[in-house]
Design a protein around this ligand. Structure first.
Ligand code: BEZ
Length: 222
């Protein structure tokens, strides 16, 4: 029966704009209930397939080494894998001993897979008992704003995770959109007009780089 897809239970896949599913879970920093966690902050909630594995160790170390940048963006990190709390503690301690990097953020021990299933992190045709590499960007109102899913054998890109987080925050704060490859300091997109009146106004507007009424960019004054 090679190549046959696993007959799968239907797990929920939270989507952009959904309220983040609530849960209470055991973590390396004690019990966490999402609705009470990181009040008024952003959360980057991510899963990894397994403790004591190479790609996961590089990724978790990446989150740990750049934690200050997440702190500066008013953002808490929250990890998860389908491993026991003892495995987490052993791994955190081993990585600290071998490399000096300390995973100073809560990591959920999701042994019963209840949280992974709520977040579509369990994708049985990729792995039946390990979470894929998911990243959920959750805003201070606990709404899901961006979702990434990576397979087991490809590590994520920390620059992109931080860039996307910054882009979401700039978009919210300044009511603008961000173009291809945008990074802090680049021009931003002025929302296009929605009526003829707004279009006429846009066509006369000064102080913006107008390619046409539907594509105008400006510098952000921060
Ligand atoms: C890893 O992190 O290296 C890994 C974990 C699970 C499956 C494949 C690779």
């Amino acid at each position: 029966m090679e190549n046959q897809e696993v007959q799968q239970e239907v797990y929920s896949m939270p989507r952009i704009g959904d309220q983040a599913p609530d849960f209470t879970a055991t973590t390396t920093k004690g019990q966490v209930t999402l609705s009470d966690f990181a009040k008024d902050k952003w959360i980057v909630f991510f899963s990894h397939p397994a403790d004591f594995t190479p790609v996961c160790t590089t990724e978790m170390s990446g989150f740990a080494q750049r934690k200050k940048e997440f702190d500066d963006l008013n953002t808490e990190l929250l990890g998860l894998s389908i491993d026991s709390i003892h495995a987490h503690l052993g791994w955190v301690s081993n990585v600290k001993e071998k490399t000096g990097v300390y995973f100073d953020f809560p990591i959920i021990a999701d042994l019963d897979m209840s949280v992974s299933k709520k977040y579509g992190m369990l994708q049985p045709n990729e792995a039946e008992t390990a979470a894929v590499r998911a990243v959920f960007f959750i805003d201070p109102k606990k709404k899901i704003r961006l979702v990434m899913y990576y397979p087991l054998n490809v590590g994520r890109n920390m620059d992109e995770i931080l860039r996307a987080l910054k882009a979401l925050q700039v978009s919210d704060q300044h009511k603008v959109a961000l173009p291809l490859d945008w990074k802090p300091g680049d021009q931003v997109i002025v929302p296009p007009p929605k009526t003829l009146e707004e279009m006429d106004k846009r066509n006369k507007e000064t102080g913006i780089d107008r390619i046409d009424f539907y594509l105008s960019k400006k510098d952000l004054k921060v």
